[in-house]
Design a protein around this ligand. Structure first.
Ligand code: TXA
Ligand code: MG
Length: 355
């Protein structure tokens, strides 16, 4: 078991010379085969040298993750990508120009240099250029290619604060770089460019509309993600696992406002009747109107960015409070709401009540 060193930075938003020194040292450790958790604009990543098969093997072991689930290779410059992937598809330039650095991952044909351990045996590779300044510096110091899944133990919500990473990976990695809370709070949008028509494999902060505008044509989302009963396996191997799951049983309640409120009140009473600890995830609009053992306001309905930012933290808080049953309001399934509902549905194992 490695001894975990927590690296505190003076200004993660705008790293100081002292911060850069610490990141340079962390990058050198990654080159030597160490694992380092680090902040990005989406969620924390669990990073290792993407071109070192032993580092990728260690990432799977530290996370407790099946090794058929490929990792994302993080870069800090466009030029670096040609060494690891085929970027000749004209859609690549359109999307890279529009959204990088930023919360988007592109699936591309891989080159020989990328070990199969990193891509879970696939001939394609997921590439992302994060905008977070700490991530960008660390990637450069580590040699240009950091393989990183989200820095949670397999099955837990992705970490959106260094505290979550310490809970999950303390004693399992050499370094944890504390960059404070991640601004977005949900993982990147994944777009597959290895098929004739680009397709969204995982919705995120970069929405279908934004992608369509950059590409000059509509973009579909993988059917297996939108409809769990489609009988198809999702094309992003990771999307097939039940992720983000809180320990309590989560149900999403959808319908007309007054009916949802009435259902939630009754559900809380029923849970109490059977002696179970109950939690609610509600919007700011309804926080005053409801009561529960643990009531968490996820943000205003008009601020989907707040809802995205708070979701994983709240799911973890229910675990900390040992809540046994959880109910959540549902959200609009468009724009950023599509990513929010995708993660919430997975956390709920697709348990939805329509009232
Ligand atoms: O925002 C993010 O993307 C974060 C931060 C750390 O960058 N990373 C992240 O990684 O969410 P992870 O490993 O938790 O999720 C990566 C997803 C998985 O569902 C995986 O199956 C899919 O990307 N993926 C990776 N490589 C792929 C490939 N070659 N083809 C299809 N899907 C791929
Ligand atoms: Mg993940």
């Amino acid at each position: 078991m490695p001894q975990t060193e927590i690296i505190q930075l003076d200004d993660p938003g705008n790293p100081t010379p002292g911060d850069r020194e610490k990141l340079r040292a962390a990058g050198a450790r990654i080159r030597e085969g160490a694992l380092a958790a680090f902040p990005t604009e989406t969620v924390y990543g669990l990073g290792g040298d993407a071109l070192n098969p032993e580092s990728s093997r260690r990432i799977y072991a530290a996370k407790g993750r099946p090794s058929d689930n490929p990792l994302i290779v993080h870069v800090c410059s466009l030029e670096a990508i040609d060494r690891i992937a085929d970027t000749s598809d004209p859609n690549f330039a359109k999307l890279a120009d529009a959204f990088w650095p930023g919360p988007m991952t592109l699936i591309l044909p891989k080159k020989e240099i990328v070990p199969r351990e990193t891509t879970g045996g696939l001939e394609t590779v997921a590439v992302r250029m994060p905008s977070d300044p700490v991530a960008a510096l660390l990637i450069g110091y580590a040699g240009g290619y950091i393989a990183a899944p989200s820095a949670n133990l397999s099955g837990r919500p992705s970490p959106t604060d260094a505290e979550h990473v310490i809970q999950d990976l303390g004693g399992r990695v050499e370094l944890i770089i504390d960059g404070g809370e991640n601004p977005i709070g949900l993982e990147s949008t994944i777009v597959d460019l290895t098929v004739p028509d680009p397709v969204i494999l995982r919705p995120g902060y970069i929405t279908d509309k934004m992608l369509a505008e950059a590409l000059g044509r509509p973009v579909e989302t993988d059917r297996a993600i939108l409809d769990p009963d489609s009988g198809k396996a999702p094309k992003a191997p990771g999307m097939k696992y039940r992720h983000y799951a809180p320990k309590g049983e989560l149900t999403i309640v959808e319908g007309e406002e007054s009916a949802v409120l009435a259902y939630l009140r009754e559900a809380v009473q029923k849970a109490h009747g059977s002696g179970r600890k109950v939690g609610l995830i509600v919007t700011a609009e309804h926080a005053q109107a409801l009561k529960a053992d643990v009531l968490r306001c996820i943000g205003s309905r008009d601020r989907e960015d707040e809802i995205a930012h708070n979701l994983y933290r709240i799911l973890r808080e229910f675990d900390d409070e040992q809540v046994e049953v959880i109910y959540s309001e549902g959200f609009a399934d468009t724009g950023l709401g599509q990513a929010i509902m995708n993660r919430l549905l997975k956390a709920a194992g697709h348990r939805v009540v329509r009232v």
